[in-house]
Design a binder for this molecule. Structure first.
Ligand SMILES: [Zn+2]
Length: 442
């Protein structure tokens, strides 16, 4: 379908200029939202009409920090119990990522993308690691993203942890993927320069990486102060906090994403704000790893754009938002604190972050924006309007089911049926077999 009108449903647009619209319809043409207008004005369009009565229309959701590669870990019981964050990395993630081969990487990404479609997520900013299969790994993920029909911003996490040869291969993987996508010809794919974390990168490595990142004009995507141990390591070895050290190598700019930021100091947050970089909070992951709760209220107060990611704990952004809000209440020791700050991470700031890489309007329903949108089965039992919509998103819509997911105007799921031309049952069967083999190698 190249042109169609969706009508009959209230629209929650995430566009601060007009966040809630009732009695309006959307005209989608060539992958773009060509018009948003009262239905009467669009009734005579020569195209297909989709009646969305009984549903709510929202933008396709954005996940601002994810790891496709962790998909095949679900249910694995073999990891040694971890007593702290570094043991989580050593006992689980740094054992898993070494085992990933090309097919594992593709299957992990395509399954995770399909799961995301089911939860209404159409854009994913991913951070990849597969130190024994680095070259070409981002192309495997890119192929999965294209097959699923969603959008993704990809990077490879450069690290010293597996020696200088693999560090350099990681650098090359970022550079070649960035080069391939620097002209933004493919609307589905974007690139950042991935770094694992400051505590796995020496000064010599940062020195080497800094001019290369500058040359690309890209930002970095890095884990920053996820656990206190990151700060401790950087202070002990380099006499600097994480952001101060990255800043020393000129590695923070307006395109950069600092994931987590749980233990960033106010001074570091002010550097992040001044540079126009984003912190992406991942509350469920932080709770699961017992590393702390990011002070999103403080970050917001200091002028930092705080986005929301899942760190691969889930692909369900609305669930992440709910848990993030409860966690922030606990952090502030005040059930009234943080409502707007947390809501803004997903509803307003993730679109702002995505718009740095894609076009204006990405992540919102506005005229000229890409036609990434979802329909949610939601017939509100209390008044839904311009004053109440955020509360409905968190306390009502987040619990409802996504029935349709559309990306670039293409219908990826309709009536909860995935329509991307992939035999999902066969894919999941292969995924189980690959996971079994992976677990045996683990
Ligand atoms: Zn992460």
């Amino acid at each position: 379908m190249e042109k169609y009108v969706i009508h009959g449903a209230d629209i929650i647009s995430f566009d601060p200029a007009q966040p809630f619209l009732s009695g309006y319809a959307l005209l989608v043409q060539d992958g773009i939202i060509a018009r948003i207008a009262p239905f009467a004005e669009l009734k005579d369009e020569l195209c297909e009409f989709i009646d969305a009565s009984g549903k709510i229309i929202l933008p396709g959701l954005i996940n601002a920090h994810h790891h496709f590669y962790s998909t095949l870990i679900t249910g694995l019981g073999k990891a040694e119990p971890a007593q702290n964050f570094n043991e989580v990395l050593e006992n689980l993630w740094w054992r898993l990522d070494k085992q990933l081969m090309a097919r594992d990487i593709y299957i992990s990404a395509v399954i995770s993308a399909i799961n995301a479609i089911r939860k209404g997520c159409t854009t994913i900013i991913d951070h990849h690691a597969s130190p024994y299969h680095i070259s070409g790994s981002l192309s495997e993920i890119a192929r999965a993203v294209k097959d699923a029909g969603i959008r993704a911003n990809l990077c490879y996490e450069v690290s010293d942890r597996d020696g200088s040869r693999r560090r350099d291969e990681g650098i090359e993987e970022n550079l070649s993927f960035i080069k391939e996508h620097e002209h933004k010809a493919d609307e589905h794919l974007r690139a950042l320069f991935g770094l694992h974390a400051a505590f796995t990168l020496s000064d010599a490595s940062l020195q080497k990486i800094s001019p290369l990142v500058a040359e690309t004009g890209c930002g970095i995507h890095i884990h920053a102060a996820e656990a206190q141990s990151d700060q401790k390591y950087n202070l002990e070895h380099f006499g600097k906090h994480v952001v101060e050290r990255l800043q020393e190598f000129d590695l923070i700019n307006s395109q950069s994403i600092l994931a987590h930021g749980v233990h960033l100091t106010p001074k570091e947050l002010m550097i992040v704000a001044e540079k126009g970089a984003a912190v992406v909070t991942n509350p469920q992951s932080n709770l699961n790893n017992a590393v702390g709760i990011a002070d999103v209220c403080k970050m917001t107060e200091l002028g930092v754009t705080v986005g929301l990611g899942t760190d691969a704990m889930t692909v369900n952004m609305l669930q992440e938002l709910r848990v993030g809000l409860w966690a922030q209440h606990l952090k502030q020791n005040n059930p009234a604190a943080g409502f707007l700050e947390l809501a803004s991470t997903l509803l307003f700031n993730n679109p702002k972050i995505a718009q740095k890489y894609w076009d204006k309007g990405h992540g919102t329903l506005s005229e000229g924006a890409v036609a990434d949108l979802i329909l949610v089965d939601y017939d509100p039992h209390t008044p839904l309007n311009a004053e109440t919509w955020i509360g409905h998103v968190i306390y009502g819509i987040a619990e409802a089911e996504v029935s349709a997911t559309i990306c670039a105007g293409d219908i990826l799921m309709w009536d909860k049926e995935i329509l991307i031309g992939i035999d999902e049952r066969e894919l999941r069967k292969e995924s189980r077999a690959l996971a079994k083999q992976l677990w045996e190698r683990f």
